[in-house]
Design a protein around this ligand. Structure first.
Ligand code: FAD
Length: 600
């Protein structure tokens, strides 16, 4: 991974020169009245300063920066990456904003801020596996979201985002509320997609949905609002008056190997995008998510390394809404949509034209029909019905006879706790956490049926995510991968294949109930492809209030610190809407703070 990041830096320097342009050197600050260090914790000099420092230029940071600037603050927006956008850049652009948007009104969808609030705090909505979508949301945080949801739709339109012209729908919806259709779709227009390196087909420019249709207009609006965007600047820590008290004064950031002290006269806004890619951090919530769960959705474009949360905790901030992070609903973990690649998230297909394809390494093989493969764990044993689905989430009319807040919503759910993802995470009986690698096993006939090309760039042979052999036992011994803790026993894999083939003959999977197993695995060569579940959303982070101010372990506001989006806690909603709305809230409120450094 370290090497990957170095490569990325190499790639990005070219772009960096083009986009940063507006950088201000330390020398230029000498006349800006920055006071020498006085208080404990204050650095001896500031390299840069602005009223507001926004950390992270994704779905949260861009609107935060624009709002702060439009409310009269000077703004520096930094991002660790070589370009803006974060996960929003490669997202599907499905934006769940409701509460009475102009689009809902135009198409006759009844909604209001109160209805949205009621939906997103309804304790009685429960998924078939028993997990409640909304029960552990923080009501102050949700009230702020509900009140600002519709205004954010109008604000996005006013700032250049073009939504596909159609009625709000349910496409991409997850935990968006049972009572109204709320999904809107950002049109990609002619913008180049990071995942393919080219724009969408012109016939789809205004009809498809893509995150680039959010990110590029917001980037343009930020530049128009004189937000100073500093790319390849990574925040390493927050600077507080004393290590655990007083106001937040700024941040430390690394850029080209140098540490910069950047002063925030009013506030710092953390918009760093979550912690799902940080193995130690995510395991505080779920010990099972060990390092082999390495295909975090949205990586390797930008990384959910928890750096905002860690910086906050280091100066006394609390975490919040931790239950949401382990909630087994929606997209928290997803079944692999593509196999034979590290990055198998079903909704993100990387293509060789992508500027970061050298980091992704392989497109992967899209599994159209899980009848064509069996899945085995690292010791060569099947563990579940491969055709089974994954966690579900509530959305419009998911409960057909819905009565807000009624216990009958929960009582009438047909309880079904069996789940592919939990079976995959179960492990093999060792006193070791994590399930270990999961491999899709198939034969040459499956390759023909699925019309796969089992060679690079479709599969990642070089890094050990795809193997082939002429016998099943030979395939087991060919598997060498850094996460495979011990060799797969050839006899076990042979047994799994032979037994499965007998189920095909019998028309019945006596082990796991796969519906009418269709195809034997019998024609060489045989293949093993990486098929790990993908870690997706971060749904817990720093404790915030309705204004997105960060709070400490005693429930006190930390002066001058805001957080929003996936790095903030208290809200289990998947994705963009919460980030866009909270980004705006943080930006507006931060701009209203008193200017601390100039008073000093
Ligand atoms: C493939 C994919 C598809 C998705 N599709 C949808 C969808 O259709 N609808 C939906 O609602 N949601 C979707 N999502 C989720 C959505 O994209 C995210 O929830 C959202 O982008 C999170 O916003 P954020 O601002 O918290 O983080 P991000 O958008 O990821 O932005 C965080 C930024 O912070 C930067 N950063 C991190 N740490 C530092 C640091 N220490 N210093 C400086 N910069 C830092 C990162 O480089 C990044 O640019 C999708 C996600 C993925 C990965």
């Amino acid at each position: 991974m370290e090497d990957d990041r170095k490569d990325k830096q190499k790639l990005s320097r070219r772009d960096f020169g083009r986009t940063v342009g507006a950088g201000v050197g330390a020398a230029a600050l000498s006349g800006l009245g920055v006071e020498p260090a006085e208080a404990e914790g204050r650095p001896p000099h500031w390299d840069k300063q602005a009223d507001i420092i926004v950390v992270g230029a994704g779905a949260t940071g861009l609107p935060a920066a624009i709002e702060a600037s439009e409310h009269g603050a000077s703004v520096i927006l930094i991002d660790a990456n070589f370009d803006v956008g974060g996960h929003a850049m490669v997202s599907g652009g499905n934006v769940a904003l409701g509460g009475g948007t102009s689009r809902q009104k135009k198409y006759g969808v009844e909604d209001s801020a109160d209805l949205l609030f009621a939906d997103l705090t309804d304790w009685s909505v429960v998924e078939p596996n028993g997990f409640p979508d909304y029960r552990y949301n923080d009501k102050e945080v949700i009230r702020a979201f509900a009140d600002n949801s519709a205004p954010t739709f109008e604000w996005l339109v006013a700032h250049g985002v073009i939504f596909v012209e159609k009625a709000p729908d349910n496409l991409g919806a997850g935990a968006t509320g049972n009572s109204a259709l709320r999904e809107n779709h950002a049109a990609p227009m002619g913008w180049t997609l990071m995942q393919t390196g080219k724009p969408v087909d012109p016939t789809e420019a205004t009809t498809r949905s893509s995150g680039v249709g959010l990110v590029r207009p917001l980037e343009a609006a930020a530049r128009k609002a004189n937000v100073q965007i500093l790319l390849q600047h990574k925040m390493s820590s927050l600077i507080r008056q004393t290590p655990s008290s007083g106001k937040i004064l700024g941040i430390k950031a690394t850029h080209e190997g140098k540490i910069l002290n950047i002063a925030a006269r009013k506030a710092v806004i953390l918009a760093t995008g979550g912690s799902s890619g940080n193995v130690n951090f995510r395991r505080m919530f779920d010990v099972r998510l060990t390092e082999e769960y390495n295909g975090v959705a949205g990586e390797p474009y930008s990384f959910q390394d928890g750096s905002g949360e860690l910086a906050g905790i280091a100066i006394g901030a609390s975490l919040w809404g931790a239950y949401n992070q382990v909630g087994e609903f929606g997209d928290r973990l997803t079944k692999a949509g593509r196999i034979g690649t590290q990055y198998g998230y079903r909704n993100l297909e990387w293509q060789p034209g992508s500027p970061i394809f050298h980091l992704v390494r392989a497109v992967g093989l899209t599994v159209r029909d899980y009848q064509n493969v069996i899945l085995v764990n690292q010791v060569g044993m099947r563990f579940y019905d491969e055709t089974a689905g994954q966690y579900t989430a509530n959305n419009y009319h998911a409960i057909s006879s819905y009565k807000p807040g009624s216990y009958l919503n929960a009582a009438n759910i047909k309880y079904n706790p069996a789940n592919f993802l939990d079976a995959a995470l179960a492990g093999t009986g060792e006193a070791v956490n994590g399930g270990g690698p999961i491999w899709a096993i198939f034969d040459a006939d499956a390759v023909k049926r699925e019309q796969w090309t089992v060679a690079p760039p479709y599969v990642d042979i070089a890094e050990g995510y795809f193997f082939s052999a002429n016998t099943v036992a030979g395939l087991a011994s060919a598997i060498v991968n850094k996460y495979q803790r011990k060799p797969m026993p050839g006899a076990a894999l042979e047994n799994a294949v032979t037994r499965y083939n007998s189920f095909v003959d019998a028309g019945n999977d006596a082990d796991f109930g796969k519906p009418a197993p269709k195809y034997k695995i019998q024609t060489p060569p045989f293949y093993a492809a990486w098929a790990m579940p993908v870690v997706h959303d971060t749904r817990a982070g720093l404790r915030i209030n309705g204004k997105c101010q960060v709070m400490d372990f005693s429930g006190n506001v930390i002066p001058g610190l805001y957080c929003a989006g996936e790095s903030a806690g208290g809200f289990g909603l998947h994705g963009l809407a919460r980030c866009l709305v909270q980004g705006r809230i943080a930006g507006m409120n931060a701009a209203g703070e008193a200017s601390e450094i100039s008073k000093a």
